[in-house]
Each structure stands twice: as structure tokens, then as C-alpha cells.
Write a protein that binds this ligand. Structure first.
Ligand SMILES: C[S@@+](CC[C@H](N)C(=O)[O-])C[C@H]1O[C@@H](n2cnc3c(N)ncnc32)[C@H](O)[C@@H]1O
Length: 276
């Protein structure tokens, strides 16, 4: 007897899944399940997936319906037009964080320190475009450091990025950088459980938790960065728009000047550039 599932075509799967999943998610999950790109799905909508492919699709669909982010199911996320491997020990890179990379590249630094590198998306993207920049990337999570190194090896081949497991600056030699960049954890601890389940139940708390007021990591980074910045150096930080006032106050207290505040596509204040 021919199994009913074997008569399912890609087109039919997509139409049925649209009842409870977003179309963009369906394509990414289907690509992952059948191991072929979007072009294949567009070109062969009448293709009938094999039994194994259908099983994989069902597993992906079930996980997504439970709230798991697509990137943790597929293991991949695009950032700055590069594909980064991610897992549940690394934050999923966000589109707005590409602004940080823009701000770094605009300044063409000879040296860069990335604090809280996660899967390495900022450090690797900068190094990809500025191949003479000496990049150091730190993270408190050893699993994140391992993933960042994996992504650098995959995307850059031979490279000289230094990946270090470090609590902020603790494990660094006393070297000066032209730019220090960070997308630090900045969610107020009490807000984390109110975030969508995709974030609160799946993304690593260490990557989200900014302490009681969301400002803990900014105090630490701004407070301790001066010895690690060259004279004309810049400290470039991502922030939640609501934290701008608090971050500016910390910067003032630590004798930093606000050079620029950059808005994201939604016109929210998203990146602050500070000079010592
Ligand atoms: C918001 S995530 C940013 C990840 C990645 N840079 C990005 O932009 O997508 C913050 C990162 O900071 C790391 N982190 C948290 N506390 C840290 C600390 N004390 N020292 C170094 N890294 C830390 C987390 O492990 C996490 O990878």
C-alpha cells in the first residue's frame, strides 16, 4: 500500500503549514528538512519528499510550533550576508546588530576588541571585510567561544582572530584597541520571563540578562574600557532605546563623550559611539 504521505508535494505541505506558521519560517524549515535550497522548492513545487524528508519536516514543524526559534532548529542564521552556525549556547544574531558592524567598518580600525562575541558574528564580519584588522573577541561562555572560533574557521579559512574566554577584560593583556565593540546583555532581569517564548525559553540567559536595570554590563564595559582604548579610540555599543539616557549618564560619569547615536530601521536609538 502506498503511504498517503508519499503523495504530499512541497506545494501542498506549504499550503497546509501556512495555517499555523509564517511563510518565511516554512521555507527555511522545509529547506532544512529536504536538504535543498529555496530555488529547488520554487522550481519543483510538485516534488514529493521521501519518507525521511517528511519525518524531518514533521519534527521541524513540531519544534517550531512549540516555540523553538527557526535558527536553533536549522542551526544557521544569516548575518551581514554570511551564514553563521548557532546553537542554544549562542544568541541568535539580530538584524539591528549589523549596525554595529557598519559603525566599525566606517572607521576602518587597525585593531578591534569584541566583548561578548557570541557566535562571532560581529568579529568575523568585521574581519571578513577588513582583512588587516587585528581582531580579539571575548566571551564568558566557553561554548560561545568555541562556536565563534568554528564560524571564523569556516568563513575566513586562515585567520588570526584571537578568541578568548574572558569575563569582560579580565584575561586580556594590557593592549590598546582602536575600537571596542559590544552588543552586551541588556534586558532587565525581571523582564526576561515576559519576553516571547522564543527568547525567554530558548536563548541563553547569560546573553540576555543585563541585571536589575539593564545597565549592569554598560557600567562594567564603559567603566573598565579606558586602559584598552587608543587615544583616538571609539567604544561602540548596541543598546535598547529605553536605556539611552542611562548609558549616556554612565558615559558622562566615566568621562566619555558621546560622538554619535545611530538609529535602526525602525528609527529607534540603537547604537551609541563614545570617545574617551
Ligand atoms: C547579547 S549577546 C551578543 C552576542 C553577539 N555578539 C551578537 O551581537 O549577536 C551577549 C554576549 O555576551 C556574553 N557575556 C555575558 N556576560 C559576559 C561577561 N561578563 N564577559 C564576557 N562576555 C559576556 C554572552 O555569553 C553573550 O554571548
Amino acid at each position: 500500500m502506498v503511504k498517503k504521505t508519499l503523495s504530499l508535494t512541497l506545494n501542498r505541505i506549504i499550503q497546509e503549514a501556512k495555517a499555523d506558521l509564517l511563510l518565511g519560517d516554512i521555507y527555511l524549515l522545509l529547506e532544512h528538512a529536504i536538504g535543498r535550497g529555496k530555488e529547488f522548492i520554487y522550481t519543483y513545487p510538485m516534488y514529493s519528499p521521501t519518507e525521511n524528508e517528511l519525518d524531518r519536516w514533521e519534527e521541524c514543524r513540531t519544534r517550531r510550533l512549540k516555540g523553538e526559534p527557526v535558527s536553533y532548529i536549522t542551526g544557521w542564521r544569516e548575518f551581514y550576508s554570511l551564514d553563521f552556525k548557532v546553537d542554544r549556547f549562542t544568541l541568535i544574531p539580530r538584524q539591528e546588530t549589523e549596525l554595529l558592524v557598519d559603525q566599525v567598518l566606517l572607521r576602518r580600525p587597525d585593531s578591534l576588541l569584541d566583548i561578548g562575541t557570541g557566535c562571532g558574528n560581529i568579529a568575523v564580519s568585521v574581519r571578513y571585510h577588513l582583512n588587516r584588522c587585528l581582531v580579539t573577541a571575548v566571551d564568558l561562555s566557553v561554548k560561545a567561544v568555541q562556536m565563534a572560533r568554528y564560524n571564523a574557521n569556516r568563513l575566513l579559512g586562515q585567520h588570526d582572530i584571537r578568541f578568548i574566554k574572558s569575563n569582560y577584560f579580565n584575561e586580556l593583556d594590557k593592549v590598546e584597541f582602536d575600537v571596542i565593540v559590544s552588543n552586551p546583555p541588556y534586558i532587565k532581569s525581571s523582564d526576561i520571563d515576559r519576553l516571547p517564548i522564543e527568547i525567554s525559553s530558548y536563548e541563553p540567559r547569560i546573553a540576555l540578562d543585563g541585571g536589575s536595570d539593564g545597565l549592569m554590563t554598560y557600567s562594567k564595559i564603559i567603566g573598565d574600557s579606558q586602559p584598552y582604548l587608543s587615544q583616538a579610540g571609539k567604544l561602540i555599543l548596541e543598546l535598547d532605546p529605553e536605556l539611552l539616557g542611562g548609558v549616556m549618564t554612565i558615559a558622562e560619569e566615566k568621562n566619555y563623550t558621546v560622538e554619535n547615536v545611530v538609529k535602526d530601521l525602525g528609527l529607534n536609538d540603537r547604537v551609541i559611539v563614545l570617545s574617551p
